[in-house]
Design a binder for this molecule. Structure first.
Ligand SMILES: [Zn+2]
Length: 370
């Protein structure tokens, strides 16, 4: 039987192995070179009554713990996406060799053209359409950099306190794009609260990786959020210039998390004090269920898990670490926001983006009154 899978489109990613009339065997792409490639996105090009999709090498991703009970997204028309009725079947035991087993998904009545993706896609086209809308609002200026990279600016003065938010450093974490729309729309709605501030937003930092269907890296295999100590990544250089030219006091880097069932924020416990702590508490108070995690862990159990390869944490400088080192750890509230792929739907991610801005704006008010 011939190939019945198509992934040759923007953001498409999967490798076809074989199929019969009830089963398709696939594997995740690039895993030998890049163990972070959790993302998949493909179309089934044939009708199936009952279908089992097996992803043979899924146990090799660094985020293998995230597969059990995970329901990916399915669409009949490539526009409306919902979770699959059945989640993935992937059992593991804490002490077993986790590099065993196949990930499988049971589906019924799969029509030709059905699309399956790890999370609801948010394409370059979606992004460009949205940015056109933002550009038509006078409060925000959309700035075009090279190769389609765009930033959104609201500048009061060079010296003003500056809020900065970035998203999609990791291109497969599409949930962060829904969140970024929530951030931008809420900023536009309540721009009066930020009268004497600057806002700089880069909603989509790693476009080449998104087009190539990568989870964490760009088309050349570079993980942007571990590359802020390098000087050769044009989009990061643009962001570094903003950070050097403006007084950034709040810096949020928006991500999606493959494993955790909770939404959470990585913060630096040692420096989340004073004004930073107030902003942090406002955000946690305004977003239901949001948890905090320490950015630089002193927890020995977690350190051991990283050393054993049970938890995947790569090396290199992150965006928030760059900002903290550049501006002084206590002068900026830097955080990494992680939206749970398991638990949080795109609409909820959007709402969380709005709530984040609401919470920060409350703090701005207090400062003005004080
Ligand atoms: Zn990420």
């Amino acid at each position: 039987m011939g190939k019945c899978i198509e992934s040759n489109f923007e953001g498409g990613s999967i490798e076809y192995i074989e199929n019969d009339d009830k089963k398709i065997s696939l594997s995740l792409e690039h895993l030998e070179k890049d163990k972070t490639n959790h993302w998949f996105n493909f179309k089934v090009e044939k009708d199936f009554e009952d279908l089992v999709i097996n992803i043979e090498n899924a146990h090799l991703t660094g985020f293998w713990r995230g597969w059990e009970g995970y329901a990916p997204y399915i669409s009949k028309d490539g526009v409306r996406f919902e979770r699959t009725v059945n989640p993935f079947n992937y059992k593991y035991e804490e002490n077993d060799d986790y590099r065993m087993g196949t990930l499988s998904l049971e589906l019924n009545n799969v029509g030709k053209g059905t699309q399956l993706a790890w999370y609801k896609p948010y394409t370059i086209k979606d992004y460009e359409k949205y940015m056109e809308k933002v550009d038509s609002r006078s409060e925000f200026n959309v700035v075009n950099h090279k190769k389609g990279f765009k930033t959104v600016e609201y500048i009061s003065s060079q010296e003003a306190e500056t809020l900065m938010f970035i998203g999609r450093q990791h291109p497969g974490e599409t949930m962060s794009s829904f969140f970024m729309e929530g951030i931008i729309n809420k900023c536009i709605e309540i721009i009066d609260k930020f009268k004497n501030k600057n806002i700089i937003i880069a909603p989509f930092v790693n476009m080449s990786g998104a087009i190539a269907g990568k989870q964490r890296t760009d088309i050349d295999g570079v993980d942007y959020n571990r590359a802020w100590n390098r000087g050769d990544i044009p989009n990061i250089n643009v962001l570094k210039t903003y950070i050097k030219n403006y007084n950034v006091t709040v810096f949020g880097d928006i991500h999606g998390d493959e494993v955790d069932k909770d939404d959470f924020m990585y913060v630096n416990p040692e420096t989340t004090v004073g004004k930073n702590r107030k902003i942090c508490e406002s955000i946690v108070g305004n977003i239901e269920g949001l948890k905090l995690k320490p950015m630089l862990t002193k927890n020995q159990a977690i350190k051991n898990a990283i050393a054993n390869g049970k938890v995947y944490i790569p090396n290199g400088q992150t965006a928030s670490r760059f900002v903290e080192e550049n501006n002084g750890f206590e002068d900026v509230f830097g955080f990494i926001y992680e939206i749970s792929a398991h638990s949080t739907e795109p609409k909820e991610a959007y709402k969380q983006g709005e709530k984040l801005i609401e919470a920060i704006s409350l703090n701005m008010d207090e400062e003005l009154q004080g």
